[in-house]
Design a protein around this ligand. Structure first.
Ligand code: SAH
Length: 412
C-alpha cells in the first residue's frame, strides 16, 4: 500500500481573504487537494498549487447531513490516495463548522490530521460592522449561539439567555429571527435592546441593518435579509455609530473584474481589496513563456539590452543563470513599471525614452552605443518591435529581438 496522506482541517476566516492565517496559507500551498465550502473567499484558492485538485462541497446550512457524509468520505478517500488535503472552511472549523465530525472520520480511518483555527465570523463580522463584542462598562461577556433548532425541534433555554448581561451573537439565525426575538422578549429582555444584523460580513457586499428588539422584525422583512448573516444583540451595537470603518473604505461596495494573467492578478486584486473593494479574478489573457536559457556566450555578442515591458524583464531574468553574465550590458527600458521591476533585480536602466514606445527606445539606444555594437531587444509576440526597420534606420548598429513571451487570449 502506498503512503497515506494528511488532512488539514482549517478555518479561512470570513469574507476578507486577508483574514486567512499564515499557517492556513501554508497548508493551502502545500495541499494536493483543496476541499472548500461556500463561506470562504474564493481568492484564497489562488494560493493552491497549479495542479492541485479543487473540490467545492458546500451546503446551504450545517444541517446538511448527506453532504457532510460526502465531505467526510471525500477527505478520507483523498488522504488514502496519499494526498495532502486542505479542508478549508469559512470562519473557524470548531465554531458551528462540524470540524469535529470530520476529525472523528479521519481518526476512525487512521489518517493523520491537524486542526488550524480560523478567525470566526462570530467576532470578526461584528468587528467589520464596527461593533466590538465586549466593551468596558458595557458588555463583560459575549455568548455565541446557533439560530437553528435541533433536529427534534428542541430549542435553547431562553429563560436563561434573556437574563444574560453580555452580548448575544446568533449565527445561522435568519430563518428563526422571529423565534429568537420573540423568545427573548417573552422572557423579559428589554424591548429597547439594540440589535444589528450583518449580511455577507467582511465582503464588499456587507449590509448592516440596525434596530431594536421592538422593531427589528419589521425592518428585516422590509429589507429582505438573507443568509449568511450574523445577529448581534446588546448595547455594544450603539458603538457602531463611531466605530464603523469598513463601509467607509474608498472602494467599499464595488466589484471589480481583474482580467490580467492569473499569476499577475493577485497583486492588483490585493490593492483593490485593501481599499475595501471586491476583486473578481477572470483572466482573459495568459502569459506563456517562450524564452530559452541565456548563456554568457550569447550575451557577450551584445553591448546593450532593451526591455519594453515588465513581463519581458521577468521572463529574461528567469532564464539568466548568472547575473555576472550581464555585467557588460547597457540597459534601456520602456515604461516606469519596467524600470521598477529591473530595480527589483538590482539593475539600473541607463536610459528610458519620455514617450513609452519601443521605436523611441530603439532610437535612443543609438545615443548610448557606439557604431558596430549589437543590441538585443527582449519583447513579446504582439509588440510592434521591428529590428529590420531599426537596422535600416540606424545602419551602423545591429538590432536583434527575442520573443520572450506570448500573450494568449483566453476564450471563454
Ligand atoms: N465556522 C463558521 C460558522 C459556520 S455556520 C465561523 O466560525 O464563522 C454559518 C454561519 O456563520 C452563517 O449562517 C452566518 O451566521 C455566519 N457567517 C459566516 N460567514 C459570514 C459572513 N461573512 N457574514 C455574515 N455571517 C457569516
Amino acid at each position: 500500500m502506498g503512503k497515506i496522506g494528511k488532512v488539514y482541517i482549517m478555518g479561512a476566516g470570513p469574507g476578507d481573504a486577508e483574514l486567512l492565517t499564515l499557517k492556513g496559507k501554508r497548508a493551502i500551498e502545500e495541499a494536493d487537494c483543496v476541499v472548500y465550502d461556500r463561506l470562504i473567499n474564493p481568492r484564497i484558492l489562488g494560493y493552491a498549487k497549479k495542479d492541485a485538485e479543487l473540490i467545492y462541497l458546500g451546503k446551504g446550512n450545517t444541517e446538511g447531513g448527506l453532504i457532510q457524509d460526502e465531505i467526510n468520505n471525500t477527505i478520507v478517500e483523498k488522504a488514502k490516495e496519499g494526498k495532502i488535503v486542505a479542508r478549508v472552511k469559512g470562519g473557524d472549523p470548531f465554531v458551528f463548522g462540524r470540524g469535529g465530525e470530520e476529525i472523528q472520520a479521519l481518526f476512525e480511518n487512521g489518517i493523520e490530521f491537524e486542526e488550524i483555527p480560523g478567525i470566526t465570523s462570530s467576532i470578526s463580522v461584528p468587528a467589520y460592522a464596527g461593533i466590538p463584542v465586549t466593551h468596558r462598562g458595557m458588555a463583560r461577556s459575549f455568548h455565541v449561539f446557533t439560530g437553528h433548532t435541533m433536529a427534534d425541534g428542541q430549542w435553547h433555554n431562553f429563560e436563561a439567555i434573556a437574563k444574560l448581561d453580555g452580548t448575544l451573537v446568533f449565527l445561522m439565525g435568519i430563518k428563526n429571527l422571529p423565534l429568537i426575538v420573540g423568545d427573548l422578549v417573552k422572557n423579559g429582555k428589554d424591548i429597547n435592546t439594540p440589535i444589528a444584523i450583518i449580511e455577507k460580513g467582511a465582503t464588499a457586499d456587507q449590509r448592516v441593518t440596525v434596530g431594536t428588539l421592538a422593531n427589528i422584525l419589521e425592518i428585516a422583512k422590509a429589507k429582505k435579509i438573507v443568509p449568511p448573516a450574523i445577529t448581534i444583540i446588546g448595547e455594544v451595537v450603539t458603538l457602531r455609530d463611531t466605530f464603523k470603518w469598513f463601509e467607509d473604505c474608498k472602494l467599499f461596495g464595488k466589484k471589480i473584474l481583474v482580467t490580467r494573467d492569473r499569476r499577475q492578478a493577485g497583486e492588483f486584486s490585493d490593492k483593490i481589496e485593501k481599499m475595501g473593494g471586491n476583486a473578481v479574478e477572470l483572466p482573459l489573457i495568459e502569459i506563456e513563456s517562450t524564452c530559452e536559457k541565456f548563456d554568457a556566450k550569447t550575451l557577450k555578442n551584445y553591448s546593450t539590452l532593451l526591455f519594453n515591458s515588465p513581463n519581458g524583464v521577468r521572463e529574461f531574468m528567469d532564464k539568466i543563470e548568472d547575473v555576472r553574465d550581464m555585467a557588460h550590458l547597457k540597459i534601456g527600458a520602456v515604461g516606469s513599471k519596467t524600470k521598477e521591476l529591473l530595480e527589483g533585480y538590482k539593475l539600473k536602466a541607463d536610459f528610458m525614452p519620455e514617450e513609452y514606445l519601443i521605436d523611441r527606445l530603439a532610437e535612443m539606444s543609438v545615443k548610448y552605443t557606439n557604431p558596430g555594437e549589437n543590441i538585443l531587444i527582449i519583447t513579446s509576440d504582439i509588440s510592434p518591435c521591428d529590428p529590420e526597420k531599426y537596422n535600416s534606420l540606424y545602419k551602423d548598429r545591429h538590432f536583434d529581438k527575442i520573443v520572450a513571451y506570448k500573450t494568449k487570449k483566453i476564450i471563454r
